[in-house]
Design a protein around this ligand. Structure first.
Ligand code: NAD
Length: 296
């Protein structure tokens, strides 16, 4: 089965690499030639443009930063809808808006294509190790058709319902993550001011009711979790810009359906502040610097 992969960044590159290593016949495209060259070294074929990739692949995966990039790749003059064969299955793993996804899926269906929204959780380490979680919206038959593709890149794959439900799950999850990272950071700032050693507080909270992923897997202070970005000068990981994008998507969706998300709104305001302090490319756990008053 020929698979096309467009968008070879922090996430897309290791995901496409895993497909190659699993034995899939993968053709890749990215605007950055060095990103393509890296994949060719692990067995992928380079496409000169999206049109040529589209003409030769039965399944096409996209992993792009934002909705506008996804729309450009799908709807552009030389994009997927202009060149893919009828019957192609598109799998968009980017995190984008629910409405944008539903509009694309509707257009895809009208043109004789299949479409799944399949955003992921698990970060770069999950992409490298093939342990991503996929949250998938779309027709169940298409979900089943793509099972071996998801299995090559992840170890947990959930059908969330019809088109857009994968994106809905993703923005709800990331709103929760943004809030929990701020809460975890606040707790460390207060613990420090109260004279509590950070490792001692970590050991207690990790085994108490404050336990959460932001604490035990992605701790915002250096020390307790050696793999967390706090130990690497807050290099992403998952950037503040990406977190802010997802929080804004959550707030746009909440406004549209009238959901009350006051903590999501507060998290969006705090990440906007961090972003405006120039830390947009720092890992999102750098929110602790804002709370510490340490943005030098
Ligand atoms: P990235 O910016 O590292 O990579 C995006 C890639 O897309 C780049 O290589 C870029 O050149 C390419 N691209 C952009 N426009 C293109 C076009 N028109 N044609 C071809 N290639 C194009 O982004 P990322 O960190 O890999 O994230 C991708 C998506 O995954 C985002 O929606 C993000 O929110 C989501 N996500 C990221 C993480 C993470 O930890 N980084 C985790 C989960 C989900």
């Amino acid at each position: 089965m020929k698979i096309g992969f467009i968008g070879l960044g922090h996430m897309g590159s290791p995901m496409a690499t895993r497909l190659c290593q699993t034995g899939f016949d993968v053709t890749v495209f990215d605007l950055i030639p060095t990103a393509v060259a890296t994949l060719v070294k692990v067995g992928a074929t380079a496409a000169v443009d999206i049109a040529s990739l589209a003409q030769h692949c039965a399944i096409i995966i996209t992993m792009l930063p934002q909705g506008e990039h996804v729309e450009a790749v799908y709807l552009g003059e030389n994009g997927l809808f202009a060149h893919a064969k009828v019957g192609t299955l598109f799998i968009d793993c980017s995190s984008i808006g629910v409405d944008t996804t539903r509009q694309l899926a509707s257009l895809a269906t009208r043109q004789g294509y299949s479409h799944l929204d399949a955003p992921v959780s698990g970060g770069m380490s999950g992409a490298i190790n093939g342990t991503l979680t996929f949250m998938v919206g779309g027709k169940f038959n298409d979900f089943n058709q793509a099972a071996s593709v998801f299995a090559a890149m992840g170890n947990h794959c959930v059908h969330a319902g019809d088109h857009g439900n994968g994106q809905a799950a993703k923005i709800c999850n990331n709103m929760l993550l943004g809030i929990s990272m701020i809460a975890t950071s606040e707790a460390f700032v207060l613990a420090n001011k109260l004279g509590l050693d950070k490792q001692v507080f970590f050991d207690i909270a990790a085994n108490a009711s404050g336990q959460c992923w932001s604490l035990t897997q992605y701790c915002p202070v250096p020390g307790p979790v050696p793999s967390s970005p706090a130990n690497h000068d807050y290099q992403p990981g998952f950037s503040t810009a990406m977190m802010l994008k997802d929080l804004r998507l959550s707030q746009a969706a909440a406004a549209k359906v009238g959901a009350s998300t006051p903590l999501g709104a507060q998290a969006t305001a705090l990440y906007t502040l961090l972003n405006n302090h120039g830390l947009n490319q720092a890992d999102f756990s750098a929110i602790i610097k804002l709370l510490q008053g340490d943005l030098t």
